[in-house]
Design a protein. Structure first.
Lengths: 157, 83
């Protein structure tokens, strides 16, 4: 179980290599990589292109929250390896923001736990996105779809 | 205790954190919110009734009825938008 919060980019191949090295009980590795998407946000009559964003977080609480989410995934599924790497700071469109990787003997647990981790970290870890558009900076509001995605795992437990 | 503000709340309040010594009758997160509102117009706006924000006590998410007893750090922030 590993959680890292860092400003620097990460190397997906190297991270996955470290995660599975020496553990031959892993039969499947599910991986999610979140990227900064180039978006067009509508503000009244204007449409602004989002070129970059700055991700603010709450040092200390972020790591605690991510470790708790990771522990919860390990309680729910038989997992051999979990990794969450989350970046903060300024990132441009196309850059990687987050890596979630889950190794399990079987693929079902790996897929489900990976999806669970992504859904919960979006709503339970203290990160805030500030988008840069040609018209200025704008704090991103919470997305109801994220709450619904996180909620469905509450019902399962 | 230390009070911290994040994202847009930090800008509205005008500072990222401050040391405060609330009176003894401020016993819950909700009491603290009401007490902090009187500190400045920025505080009043950021912590306004009906504004969408949450709280943490000693770095754990807390509802407004949570007791402050012995808390070292209370944080206020908008809904999370990571990932």
């Amino acid at each position: 179980m590993t959680v890292r919060v860092q400003e620097a980019d990460f190397d997906v191949g190297a991270e996955l290599g470290h995660l599975t090295d020496g553990n031959k009980r892993i039969g499947g590795l599910a991986v999610f990589v979140g990227l900064v998407r180039e978006m067009h946000v509508r503000e009244g009559y204007h449409r602004d292109k989002v070129d970059a964003l700055t991700l603010e977080h709450y040092p200390g609480m972020t790591e605690t929250a991510l470790r708790e989410i990771e522990a919860e995934a390990n309680r729910r599924w038989p997992l051999e390896a979990t990794l969450i790497v989350h970046r903060y700071g300024r990132m441009e469109a196309g850059e990687r923001i987050v890596l979630v990787a889950v190794g399990s003997p079987h693929r079902e647990a790996a897929f489900e736990a990976c999806e669970f981790l992504v859904d919960w970290l979006k709503t339970k870890a203290p990160f805030w996105k500030l988008e840069e558009t040609p018209a200025g900076e704008k704090w991103v509001g919470a997305y109801e779809g994220d709450d619904a995605a996180a909620e469905r795992w509450e019902k399962k437990s | 205790m230390k009070v911290r503000y994040f994202a847009w709340m930090k800008r509205t309040v005008g500072l990222p954190e401050e040391e405060v010594s609330p009176p003894a009758d401020v016993t819950t997160v909700g009491d603290l919110i009401v007490w902090l509102r009187a500190r400045s117009p920025g505080h009043a706006e950021a912590l306004a009734e009906g504004a969408a924000f949450g709280a943490a006590v000693d770095q754990r998410t807390a509802t407004f009825d949570v007791k402050l007893a012995g808390a070292r750090e209370v944080a206020f922030f908008p809904p999370f938008t990571g990932g």
